[in-house]
Design a protein around this ligand. Structure first.
Ligand SMILES: [Zn+2]
Length: 206
């Protein structure tokens, strides 16, 4: 059952990524700033949502951790969408006309910022043995990787202080988008024992 969910969620994720861009940039309503802004946020949120669904559809003994993932899926969707809020801060305006054609990107679009935040969260969860913070770190990673990759197909990935990469190739974007949640879940599984207090099961498992 989880396999079917995983396959279906991956297909819908890629479908949303492709047709989301068609609707945002190439539909008959694309000239409307409001239409583009709303659809853009919805696409970003959907990519986070389906990525986290894939993450939780990989059998990882989540249930033994007492977390079913619902809150984490909501958080991943929320963070994927809210990253664009920094357009408001950079433009210092709530009007869409001021938010387009900004000369520089805000800190939430800086991949280095999120990498540093993720590293701090992982360090904290490792020291304090907070498995739910460990899991939350993966949701943050899924949120900003999907968001930055999609934006990166137009503007590149911003790795302060090194600068920005060239625009990400579309095929590479779809490949990373489709595989990253699977790889994340495997990494979560591989290292989760370092972020949790040992259980009786672990104690007797060699
Ligand atoms: Zn963005």
């Amino acid at each position: 059952m989880l396999k079917v969910l995983r396959f279906a969620a991956t297909a819908v994720l890629l479908f949303t990524a492709y047709f989301g861009d068609v609707i945002v940039f190439r539909s008959r309503y694309s000239n409307s700033l409001l239409f583009r802004a709303i659809c853009d946020v919805l696409v970003h949120g959907s990519l986070g949502f389906f990525s986290s669904i894939i993450f939780f559809s990989i059998d990882n003994n989540y249930f033994s951790l007492e977390y079913d993932g619902t809150l984490h899926i909501v958080l991943c969707t929320f963070f994927s969408s809210i990253i664009d809020i920094d357009h408001v801060f950079v433009a210092k305006s709530i009007y869409l006309k001021d938010m387009v054609n900004l000369k520089h990107r805000g800190v939430f679009h800086c991949t280095t910022f999120w990498l540093a935040l993720t590293a701090l969260l992982l360090l904290y969860s490792y020291i304090k043995k907070r498995i739910e913070v460990y899991m939350f770190s993966f949701m943050i990673v899924l949120a900003y990787i999907t968001h930055h990759l999609r934006d990166g197909t137009r503007r590149g990935i911003w790795l302060y202080p090194l600068g920005s990469t060239p625009p990400v190739d579309k095929k590479l974007y779809y490949f990373i988008l489709g595989t990253f949640p699977h790889v994340s879940a495997m990494l979560f599984k591989r290292y989760k024992r370092y972020f949790n207090y040992p259980t009786l099961e672990d104690t007797f498992t060699v």
